[in-house]
Design a protein around this ligand. Structure first.
Ligand code: C5P
Length: 260
């Protein structure tokens, strides 16, 4: 008999309920076209291709019928044996969206990967590294990449225009200890549930400062493990990011892209 760890029953939560204001398209970011298809469709294809999940639960902007229709069409496209594809209405914050999806996962789910739809080009290899670390017994796993810029901390600015009232630098973080954190982030179901339940006690400003799931798990004192991410998992946030993502998909680099 093999000693290899058995794979937990895994679900992916795909959070796609953000407004995408910084992209400036006047529509939810998940619906913005990338290479002719909505960002959300690219993210879904990546998850299905990775083959790590029995269920994919997508948190959608409430009331967005276009994205719901797109998901219905994608469900029909999925070959037999593809993951169960479900949806929930997203919440006011990303953490609210994750919580809604967590509550809607199938009974018996043992592991959860939480993925930003905005990281639409995350390669299969990153899903595999995260899922493998979970299967090997980690309770929390995040994909990371090295930081290339020098990173400074600053005092919160009081001026309205930071060009006129520059921020005061308070320190320089040691770059070799810094990592930029991506998704999919993987957790045991029980760990992620406990982390999000604890966060329900946060006041509004603390809740607004929650930018990923791992930071909630860290607060529980659960060890979080880092595996190698990939630079093509960029989070499409600004118009420049969209240009880069288009370039990765369609440009001459796309065909030769091998990283990760
Ligand atoms: O806003 P931010 O860039 O942190 O969003 C990261 C991801 O979380 C995006 O894919 C976005 O759609 C999702 N999100 C969500 N519900 C919210 C806010 C963000 O599902 N209320």
């Amino acid at each position: 008999m093999s000693d290899a760890p058995t794979r937990p029953v895994t679900a992916v939560i795909l959070v796609a309920a953000g407004s995408g204001q910084r992209l400036g398209y006047g529509m939810p970011k998940a619906a913005v076209p990338l290479g002719g298809d909505p960002i959300l469709l690219h993210a879904l294809r990546g998850i299905v291709a990775a083959g790590v999940a029995g269920q994919v639960c997508v948190a959608l902007p409430p009331g967005d019928d276009g994205l719901r229709q797109m998901l219905d069409d994608f469900r029909l496209e999925l070959a037999d044996g593809g993951p169960l594809l479900t949806t929930v209405d997203g919440g006011a914050t990303r953490a609210d969206s994750v919580r809604s999806a967590l509550a809607a996962l199938e009974d018996g789910t043992e592991a959860v990967l939480v993925h930003d739809a905005a990281r639409a080009l995350a390669p299969e290899s990153v899903f595999h590294r995260v899922a493998q670390a979970l299967a090997a017994g980690a309770l929390a796993v995040i994909p990371v990449i090295p930081v290339v810029d020098t990173v400074k901390t600053v005092a919160a600015t009081t001026g309205e225009d930071s060009d006129i009232a520059p921020e005061l630098v308070t320190g320089t973080a040691p770059r070799d200890e810094l990592r930029a954190v991506q998704t999919p982030q993987g957790f045991s179901f029980a760990t992620l549930k406990a982390a999000h339940e604890a966060a329900l006690q946060f006041d509004e400003s603390r809740a607004a400062a929650v930018t990923d799931d791992a930071m909630l798990v860290e607060l529980l004192g659960v060890p979080v493990h880092a595996v190698r991410g990939a630079s093509q998992s960029l989070k499409i946030t600004t118009p420049l990011d969209l240009i880069i993502a288009e370039g990765l998909l369609e440009g001459p680099l796309g065909a030769r892209w091998v990283e990760g």
